[in-house]
Design a protein around this ligand. Structure first.
Ligand SMILES: C[S@@+](CC[C@H](N)C(=O)[O-])C[C@H]1O[C@@H](n2cnc3c(N)ncnc32)[C@H](O)[C@@H]1O
Length: 225
């Protein structure tokens, strides 16, 4: 079993053109010595500039994406090469993290890495960026079953879900990489089923770490006693 882990519609993007001239963005870009269109949209500094953006509440949370990525890449399952990690952004760009790559724990270094990857047409290196919708990505992964994690899904225990996931050779799980809202219809359509693992909405990194751990417990890893 090798898990395909997809963080979908992640709130990760370069500042869109309509916000370049907003004072909050212009000042941040100047402070960093960068062009406004080459820095990540970030609610913590660009909140005012985001008020008029379409789907604003779902966007501009690179910190949230970073913590979810770290929850995967710090796991023994990932370090043993049993997880392939894909970050699909709300703008339909996929960041493919090379197997077993340690993503920077420092947020500033992570931001620099992602800004570079998103600025390149066809990125290469440890984080490769390319255009792809979520359904196109799922198709490319050749998964034999796809579970979308969502509060709008059918209630199932995490135990039961993990038991089922490990029975497949190429299972794929999809977690939303956004702070508010729900999966777009095309993401729902790309999943075989939607699963709710808790009565309340949880943060993406909490769902991610719990899910990876439950799957890891059920497959033999080198550190397993
Ligand atoms: C911060 S949540 C998004 C908020 C959204 N309002 C919601 O209810 O899921 C980020 C992601 O975590 C996952 N998630 C959060 N709570 C969950 C739950 N109780 N069951 C299953 N997945 C959950 C989903 O994949 C969701 O897209």
């Amino acid at each position: 079993m090798k898990l395909r882990f997809v963080l979908a519609e992640a709130a990760l993007e370069l500042v869109p053109k309509e916000a370049w001239k907003h004072p909050a963005v212009a000042a941040d870009a100047r402070r960093r010595g960068r062009e406004p269109g080459s820095i990540l949209l970030d609610r913590s500094t660009h909140h005012e500039a985001m008020l008029r953006l379409k789907d604003g509440p779902k966007r501009g949370r690179p910190d949230l994406v970073h913590s979810s990525i770290l929850a995967v890449t710090g796991s023994p399952l990932y370090l043993e090469g049993r997880v392939a990690l894909y970050v699909h952004t709300s703008g339909d760009i996929v960041l493919e993290i090379e197997e077993r790559t340690r993503v920077p724990k420092s947020y500033n270094r992570f931001r620099g890495l992602v800004e570079k990857a998103l600025s390149e047409e066809e990125g290469s290196g440890l984080v490769k960026a390319y255009r792809s919708s979520l359904p196109q990505l799922i198709k490319k992964l050749g998964a034999d079953r796809v579970w979308g994690l969502s509060t709008q899904g059918a209630e199932r225990s995490l135990d039961e879900l993990a038991e089922e996931v490990v029975r497949f050779e190429r299972p794929c799980v999809v977690v939303g990489g956004f702070p508010h809202g729900h999966f777009a219809p095309e993401v729902v359509g790309a999943c075989d089923e939607l699963v709710r693992i808790h009565a309340k909405p949880l943060e993406a990194h909490v769902v991610t770490s719990r899910l990876v751990y439950e799957i890891e417990k059920r497959v033999a890893t080198a550190g397993t006693r």
